[in-house]
Write a protein that binds this ligand. Sequence first.
Ligand code: SF4
Ligand code: SF4
Length: 182
Amino acid sequence: MKAEKEKKKKIIKTIRIDVDKCNGCRACEVICSAYHADPKYSSNNPARSRIRVIREPLRDIYVPVYAGEYTVAECAGRDKYIIDGKEYDECSFCRASCPSRVDFKEPDSGLPLKCDMCEGEDEPLCVKWCLADALIYEEREEEIEEEVEEEVEDLEVGLEALAGKYGMQKILDTVARMSKEG
Ligand code: SF4
Ligand code: SF4
């Protein structure tokens, strides 16, 4: 099947983090965990937040880090960060929910947490609650090309499975009957 490409507009959401402005108040962690509590706002627990503030008070640094993708395996190689001459732990600023750390895991179930940009809200709540303006929400529109073929392939896989179960003739008869009824 030949791939067809379709141009679509997509809104890319980003949160710019100004580390110099973050004072480590953790308001972002509180509101994120409260918003995602079940029922909503019934509790707050920063351990359930999809943003964690990496605190290094002795070294005078607070870095907000957003929960990214889940990974089943930890990295074989790690990165060390040196900022202003100070060295930071290898995994400190990583966004992954990964087996080698406790961050970005639901404390009770161990299920991975991921920032969903507060889907359904006009603006991410952590941005609204950051009175220090360390978190800045931005949106931009990008044109992307999507392959239509994927949907067709999904349909083919589904039809093959049905044909394997009921036989192709029965599928064709059913489709013919449905089109007459429709
Ligand atoms: S709410 Fe803002 S200032 Fe407070 S910890 Fe979060 S990012 Fe930092
Ligand atoms: S954008 Fe929403 S889901 Fe993501 S960290 Fe901020 S409050 Fe949590």
